[in-house]
Design a protein around this ligand. Structure first.
Ligand SMILES: *[C@@H]1O[C@H](CO)[C@@H](O)[C@H](O)[C@H]1NC(C)=O
Ligand SMILES: *[C@@H]1O[C@H](CO)[C@@H](O)[C@H](O)[C@H]1NC(C)=O
Ligand SMILES: *[C@@H]1O[C@H](CO)[C@@H](O)[C@H](O)[C@H]1NC(C)=O
Ligand SMILES: *[C@@H]1O[C@H](CO)[C@@H](O)[C@H](O)[C@H]1NC(C)=O
Ligand SMILES: *[C@@H]1O[C@H](CO)[C@@H](O)[C@H](O)[C@H]1NC(C)=O
Length: 677
């Protein structure tokens, strides 16, 4: 096989896969040019494991082996047993790709992780800092001769096509039996927890309805697929909204309305599903399916088409191979999630591909029940965040709280909310200069005391049976500088510009970049990260959930030393149809996160009337939805806090403007509501 396109992209995915937490723990970096080499205590000795891996490589006749940091479902967070790159290299950052040859070992990772890599790797490993795909390909071309094989685990590569053309003649060899696993003697086991089913009250559609929905799409499809192969954990495992820092992920209540906990912070379990018009095979670790669940999966065996047949997770390749041997079959897969190990079994004439499998599209269009369910989780989640912000406002001046205690507090508040299933990622609780590290999470060694003199950023989220949340707020408890106010306001303006934009279906996420940055660019500020989790994907699907992520970081690194802060605002939005004067198929966002922004940091004089109008409308929504929820939970102090922080900005201007114009009835109603609430 030539050095083909998919491999390049697979590598890119592995490198850009997720934003993990950057730990600024104390520690020193290795020095391999010192004699003897200086190795910090945080490094891992990889000599023996590399030796074992090289033996395994020789036994299958490969002279290079690629180890991406991902799992077979291209998940954002991987379970400890999938941390093969970390096991081989010692480096535990979440983005990277390792390559081992018979005499070299190299890790590619991006600038966020260089320091960490220098602290964790021993001198067996080289660090390559150019993470472009061609850098890995060029390196392989230099190091490996034309006649040598380069081995890879096809389960760990996506099949997405790149337009990149590489003329090299490198030979790639697919080895489904992972070589790292062969030498990883104490590889963590799969968690023993049983799978659970979602309670009916949070389920929009039964799994039987969903199966029929997919089958309808199969029969409607002009290419007449005979089967659909589902690979994304989101699809079979029920993921309701955004995971942290991922590409655009649609809200996906899983096909079977089941959940598990195989992957940290996510309600996933390892699984595949092969679905035909009259059969359903679920590949899963069978010992974790309780008798109750078996009944649930087989309660409607008549017609037979609703009988779920359980097969072991590892049998998926064998089963797919058998199925492919049948004549007249055609398998439909989603290229975004399917790995190469399954793809390579399907001959081109028996293959039907689309970016997302039909199930995602199905679930992306949510019915009313699902919309209500999605919003409910955000309402309860906002209670927890409001509790945190209110508490901090009170206790920070006393000087006893730290980044760690604040993170702990918000996690506690969330755990008290109904249907809570823990945080959806490691809470980022960052004060002052720590917030300037965009994705820092506190540890005992780095946790700063919270003070009224520093800005504070909290980026956190929860898993609930009925949804996933992700929200960031930046606050200041003392007197912010003019610069901090301006930067915050401009970040907020970017957030609002995106939130209120109307765009045709099919618009690419990258188009949101300008909207998010414009107000900052005007004064020469910028941020070094993508805007929103959806960047690069299509915003074409109704009702997909994306999170807006706005980061500001100043270009001059020296600036942080003197006046240290980091600002981020992040809301989850759903895509809803927009009614436009002339066009059809236009969309807009609706913000479902419901926590006010810090008023102290908002300079309304910078904002346009439209932006202020948006903000006031948003606050009105918060007042309505959160007012009712805080009442329901009997949280009067929180309600008072919320009302104080959502006083409309425009009432003063509005009444002035209104007196000179004609007072419309709706403006009057709005004003009245503001007064009453
Ligand atoms: C590594 O050690 C060499 C030799 O002792 C020394 O010259 C060099 O400055 C050290 N590098 C770093 C980054 O400390
Ligand atoms: C790493 O382990 C090997 C094998 O046990 C040993 O020979 C070597 O000295 C160790 N290296 C370091 C730097 O500790
Ligand atoms: C190893 O692979 C190379 C390149 O494909 C091939 O020429 C050689 O015969 C193989 N050796 C063995 C022992 O299979
Ligand atoms: C459901 O019933 C079918 C047919 O009897 C059987 O093959 C399958 O294993 C059952 N599935 C479960 C989940 O018990
Ligand atoms: C951090 O400090 C707390 C309180 O002293 C302690 O309970 C906890 O175990 C520490 N955590 C770590 C990872 O050291």
């Amino acid at each position: 096989m030539p050095f083909s396109d998919w491999l390049l992209v697979g590598t890119l995915l592995a490198l850009g896969g997720s934003w993990n937490v950057i730990r600024a723990d104390g520690g020193s970096e290795r020095n391999c040019s010192a004699i003897p080499p200086y190795l910090p205590s945080t490094m891992v000795n990889t000599t023996l494991r590399l030796q074992a891996l090289r033996e395994a490589m020789s036994s299958v006749n490969v002279s290079a082996y690629i180890i991406p940091g991902t799992d077979a479902h291209l998940s954002e967070y991987i379970a400890p047993r999938d941390a093969r790159m970390a096991f081989m290299t010692g480096f535990t950052g979440s983005a990277g790709t390792a390559v081992v040859t018979l005499n070299k070992a190299v890790l590619w990772t991006d600038s966020r992780y260089w320091v960490q890599a220098e602290r964790q790797m021993d001198c067996n490993w080289e660090l390559e800092k150019d993470v472009s795909i061609s850098s890995i390909a060029d390196w392989l071309i230099r190091e490996v001769s034309d006649t040598d094989n380069i081995g890879f685990d096809p389960f760990l590569f996506s099949i997405r096509k790149a337009v990149h053309k590489d003329p090299s003649k490198l030979m790639l060899k697919s080895i489904p039996d992972n070589l790292v696993d062969r030498v990883w003697t104490d590889r963590p086991l799969i968690p023993p927890d049983n799978l659970i089913r979602l309670p009916d009250r949070v389920v929009g559609r039964t799994w039987q309805m969903k199966v029929e929905h997919i089958r309808t799409q199969m029969t409607d499809n002009p290419y007449k697929p005979t089967a659909v192969l589902l690979s994304a954990l989101d699809e079979t495992a029920c993921k309701n909204a955004t995971p942290h820092r991922s590409l655009l992920i649609c809200s996906v209540p899983g096909l079977f309305n089941l959940r598990g906990s195989d992957v940290p912070y996510n309600p996933f379990f390892y699984s595949y599903t092969l679905l035909t018009l009259n059969e359903i095979w679920l590949f899963v670790h069978k010992d974790r399916v309780t008798e109750d669940l078996k009944l649930y999966l087989n309660s409607t065996c008549f017609p037979l088409a609703h009988c779920v047949q359980l097969l072991e997770y590892e049998q998926v390749r064998v089963m797919l191979k058998n199925y492919m041997a049948t004549s007249g079959v055609k398998v439909w897969i989603g290229t975004e999630y399917t790995n190469y190990a399954l793809y390579e079994l399907i001959t081109p004439e028996k293959l039907l591909t689309s970016a997302y499998s039909p199930v995602l599209t199905t679930k992306a269009v949510k019915d009313e029940t699902e919309q209500r369910i999605l919003r409910d989780a955000h309402v309860r989640d906002a209670v927890a965040v409001i509790q945190l912000l209110m508490w901090l406002e009170k206790v920070v001046p006393e000087g006893k709280e730290t980044e760690m205690t604040a993170a702990h507090y918000v996690n506690e508040c969330r755990s008290k909310q109904k249907d809570s299933r823990g945080p959806s990622f490691e809470t980022i609780s960052a004060s002052g200069p720590n917030a300037a590290l965009a994705h820092y999470s506190p540890s005992n060694a780095t946790s700063r005391k919270l003070t009224v003199d520093e800005m504070y950023l909290v980026d956190s989220g929860g898993q609930y049976l009925d949804g996933t949340t992700d929200i960031t707020r930046t606050v200041h408890w003392g007197i912010p500088t003019d610069m901090q106010k301006e930067a915050f306001t401009r970040v907020l303006m970017g957030n609002i510009e995106i939130s209120r934009t109307i765009f045709p279906s099919g618009t690419k996420g990258v188009n949101m970049e300008m909207l998010g940055r414009r107000a900052l660019w005007e004064v020469g500020l910028n941020y070094g990260h993508g805007t929103g989790h959806g960047v690069g994907n299509y915003f074409g699907v109704h009702e997909c959930t994306i999170a807006l992520l706005i980061v500001v970081s100043l270009p001059e690194p020296g600036y942080y030393k003197e006046n240290d802060f980091g600002i981020r605002i992040e809301d989850v939005v759903v895509i809803v149809p927009a009614h436009t004067k002339y066009g059809h198929n236009y969309l807009t966002f609706e913000t479902v996160s419901l926590v006010p922004y810090d008023r102290k940091l908002i300079d309304t004089s910078l904002m346009s009337p439209q932006q202020l109008q948006w903000l006031d409308n948003y606050y009105l929504t918060i007042r309505e939805l959160m007012g009712a929820e805080l009442d329901r939970q009997g949280l009067t102090e929180e309600k008072t806090w919320m009302l104080k922080h959502t006083v409309p900005f425009q009432s003063a201007t509005a009444s002035a403007a209104v007196s000179s114009l004609s007072l419309t009835l709706s403006a009057l109603a709005t004003t009245l509501l503001h007064i009453l609430l």
